[in-house]
Design a binder for this molecule. Sequence first.
Ligand SMILES: *[C@@H]1O[C@H](CO)[C@@H](O)[C@H](O)[C@H]1NC(C)=O
Length: 265
Amino acid sequence: MMTAPTSAVFICLIAFLTVSPSTALVAPSAKLLELQASLLAKVNTAMSLNPTDHTSVSGGDKHEFGSSTWFSEASPNYLTGVSSYQCKSTIGLDCWMGPSYDVPHSLLRIQECDDDTFNLSCDIIPRGATPIGSDPSQLEKYYGDDRIQWYKSAATLATSFLPPSSSFSKRLIASPMNLQIGGLPFSDVERLANEHQDFFLTATQSAQQIPARLRGSFNLRDDKIRQFFYRGEIEELVAEFGDLGNVIAASQTGPVAEAYVGGGS
Ligand SMILES: *[C@@H]1O[C@H](CO)[C@@H](O)[C@H](O)[C@H]1NC(C)=O
């Protein structure tokens, strides 16, 4: 016969074994959430962000597996908006540029694994009507030797490489600088994420304005890029979460023209 304290311990143990996942983490750890908050704070310092109600309207501000917020600039200048999200043990911070400057969009995603290692995916997405490689000044500014070295040395830290996205749409918008590495200790992922974010923010601070006559072509291309990203999010997230994936995708992408027309949100 068990005494009361013993049975309480026993019940706790059963409860622990029942809910303790033999599979994956269900949420990011505090240190990863802190990293996300500090990266977002950096963007906020540079660009002064306001949270919007986009994700509460689309239903993904809080969901079964995480949360997401879409921020806009307090006085719109650089950005279309910023998406900050958590989904299971993944965090993301995506900065989508507006048509005034030619700085690439910045995508960042970190996945926390059970063994306290981290997967890092980051990219700077080329924009405008000219395909990457046609305009040498673009290559020099955003995909120059220093960036190539950065990518190389980051890749040497990896103990694994993440597979390309299963989504064609995501692969379509990826740049040659799309870094997808795994097995990193937190200290490496923290440094690389900061360097990625700093590069983007420094680039925006020194960017020249796009001449008004070229902004239409930036807008056109950006709409396409955002739509491809949205479709990619749907493909990846529906595969993982079923119907709820549509809601998470709409929230993590932020407002997209296609969502208004096609009924994605
Ligand atoms: C990290 O990447 C590896 C390799 O692709 C993958 O097997 C693992 O599921 C990823 N971890 C998370 C938490 O997504």
